[in-house]
Design a protein around this ligand. Structure first.
Ligand code: NDP
Length: 314
């Protein structure tokens, strides 16, 4: 375990396995060298990347259990080449992340954090908070990535009266929403973009200056996916120049570092990657990570392998 998970998840893991807690070692490299020939599993997470060099350095490695549904910090293609299975934690966080997505959309459109600051600064005593230009009324939400979480977001957005469209690589035959084969076409058709695709090379900077321009002056961008999906410099520029109205971001390209250009803008709402971060949901994610490891150890295969390392093996 390169980085700590929840204390109760660590305790539960220790009842089943010998756990080497690398973050506790004075010299993590030396500790790693000592156990390299023994390690069968890695309990990985966003801040503990697993690259091909690490996979190669562990000859007995069988499975990388990733804490989180997004596993862009694990080189799953390399794992597949070396016969190592990768698991993630899908579904148990769908509702939690979708709640935050809608909360962030409303907070961004109706300026909740800005209004909260206004009150705390005593400005309300002098005058009412200015009317917001942003509203959910009449909006069309373009969901980028209509997967497990995207669908949970769509369900909530429908209840709020939003029209819904989506973009992903494939049209979903059973979906009632309008499909756009390219992100640019979707951005042209809607005024609100909700990003909830995986990170990684394929989606890097897919929201660029051209897409933001197409979104237009009433445009709101919400990023619940990964910071890498957005060209952050182009976004700061589009927000500062009024090319789009506002942005709500839960994720950033170089967490926990957030560009000063985004922090300095009045029309951004910035969250420290809290999509799944409740005790309830993080415990459920920890349990699914453990269940994968236990199932594998007991010879029953992984419960939630990622598509790159299917089970039974392709
Ligand atoms: P799913 O795999 O269920 O859905 C992903 C969706 O993205 C699919 O609809 C897929 O459709 C689409 N997609 C994948 N690649 C591309 C691409 N290159 N271009 C366009 N669309 C693409 O994943 P989940 O819904 O479970 O999770 C989605 C992501 O949300 C995670 O990978 C993670 O990055 C992020 N996340 C963020 C959290 C937070 O705290 N902010 C918490 C949890 C997840 P198709 O295959 O047809 O393209």
């Amino acid at each position: 375990m390169p980085r700590p998970l929840l204390p109760q998840t660590i305790a539960a893991l220790e009842r089943e396995f010998t756990v080497h807690k690398l973050w506790e070692a004075k010299d993590p490299d030396a500790a790693m060298a000592q156990i390299a020939g023994l390690v069968r599993f890695i309990a990985a997470g966003a801040h503990a990347p697993v690259d091909e060099a690490l996979i190669k350095a562990l000859p007995k490695l069988e499975l990388v259990a990733n804490f989180g549904v997004g596993y862009d910090s694990v080189d799953a293609a390399a794992a597949a080449r070396h016969g190592v299975v990768v698991t993630n934690t899908p579904d148990v966080l769908n509702e939690e992340v979708a709640d935050v997505a809608l909360g962030l959309l409303i907070a961004t459109a109706r300026e909740f954090p800005q209004a909260d600051r206004y009150l705390r600064e005593g400005k309300w005593l002098k005058s009412a908070y200015p009317l917001t230009r942003g509203t959910l009324r009449g909006r069309t939400l373009g969901i980028v990535g209509l997967g497990r979480i995207g669908k949970a977001i769509a369900k909530r957005a429908e209840a709020f009266g939003l029209k819904i469209a989506y973009h992903s690589r494939r049209r979903q035959a059973d979906s009632p929403y309008a499909y756009y084969p390219t992100l640019l076409e979707l951005a042209e058709a809607v005024d609100t973009l909700m990003l909830i695709v995986p990170g990684g090379a394929e989606t890097r900077n897919m929201v660029n200056a051209e897409v933001l321009k197409a979104l237009g002056p009433n445009g709101i961008l919400i990023n619940m996916a990964r910071g890498t999906v957005v060209d952050e410099a182009a976004l700061a520029e589009a927000l500062a120049s009024g090319q789009i109205l506002a942005a709500g971001l839960d994720v950033f390209a170089d967490e926990p570092n957030v560009p000063a250009s985004l922090i300095g803008l009045a029309n951004t709402v910035l969250l420290p990657h809290i999509g799944s971060a409740s005790v309830h949901t993080r415990e459920a994610m920890g349990q699914l990570l453990i269940d994968n490891l236990v199932s594998w150890r007991d010879g029953k295969g992984p419960l939630t392998p990622v598509p790159e390392t299917p089970w039974p093996r392709a």
